[in-house]
Design a protein. Structure first.
Length: 278
């Protein structure tokens, strides 16, 4: 089994179904699959980790470097369906040449990109610290920050061998998400078409808890509908950390969707932070 950042595969596999998967039969791997903003910003965070993650800098310095990475990667990949508030943040950066204040956003942008942090730092408290720090670059709303911290914590716990009940209890008690709903109840509820943390973070967690393996988690995440590439990215990041494998054909398919620059970051991150965890 090849190793890959699970969030990247989740994003790519869910890309074809975004806002159009509910009540459809779901299949993994399509010729139309592609990476979206979820992957771009995950790679931006991964490159920050490769260059600065273990450098003893202050929080302000790390935020400055993270902001530069997010801007640089967005400039390189401008047509990847970024959220409107994030685009507003980027435009302010471009217009002024200065790092803007974060938006009052409870969108899932900081949660969808956060999974690399779980591989870089050894202690869950440090993972949560940097999950918050990278979120605060673009988000000042507590919901957007809470979502990023919860996904990072779940990914770290999965990586460290916690079982699903332990992960569920920790996230429920610390981050106050209601994880009691089933996937079918989420679908019936029908309010899952907004790309906000209050909805998509628990959806991703519930898909992970319900799945039997990586592919099953992704199928369940996509089946919810709505912002399913991001739900699959978040769930996929946790699922890979937990199951420690993704089928070779899935990884090869997803690698073919990446360009040379992103592949280079993937292989460097894999060598430094993933291979030694398995």
């Amino acid at each position: 089994m090849e190793k890959m950042i699970g969030a990247i595969c989740g994003d790519i596999l869910g890309s074809t179904y975004e806002f159009g998967s509910k009540d459809k039969e779901i299949y993994l791997m399509h010729d139309e699959d592609h990476f979206t903003d979820d992957s771009v910003l995950t790679f931006a965070l991964a490159e920050w980790a490769l260059e600065y993650g273990n450098v003893p800098l202050g929080n302000g310095e790390h935020k400055y470097l993270l902001a530069k990475k997010f801007y640089e990667f967005t400039e390189k990949y401008p047509d990847k369906a970024y959220g409107l508030m994030y685009v507003d943040w980027i435009c302010k950066y471009e217009d002024t040449g200065k790092i803007p204040m974060p938006n009052n956003s409870y969108g899932n942008g900081a949660a969808m990109r956060v999974s690399p942090v779980a591989y870089v730092f050894d202690e869950i408290e440090t993972v949560e610290k940097y999950a918050r720090l990278q979120a605060e670059v673009t988000h000042c709303n507590s919901e957007g920050i809470r979502g990023a911290c919860a996904i990072a914590a779940a990914t770290k716990m999965a990586l460290d061998g916690w079982d699903k009940n332990e992960i569920k209890d920790y996230i429920s008690n610390k981050y106050y998400y209601d994880l009691s709903m089933t996937l079918e109840e989420i679908k019936v509820k029908g309010d899952h078409f907004r790309a906000i943390c209050q909805e998509t973070v628990p959806q991703a967690l519930i898909a992970f808890f319900a799945g039997k393996d990586y592919c099953d988690v992704i199928l369940k995440a996509i089946s919810i509908g709505g912002d399913c590439d991001t739900v699959a990215a978040m769930a996929g990041g946790i699922a890979f950390a937990y199951y420690k494998e993704i089928p070779d054909e899935i990884v090869k398919h997803c690698l073919r969707c990446l360009d040379k620059e992103l592949l280079g970051i993937y292989y460097k991150f894999k060598e430094l932070y993933i291979d030694n965890k398995f």
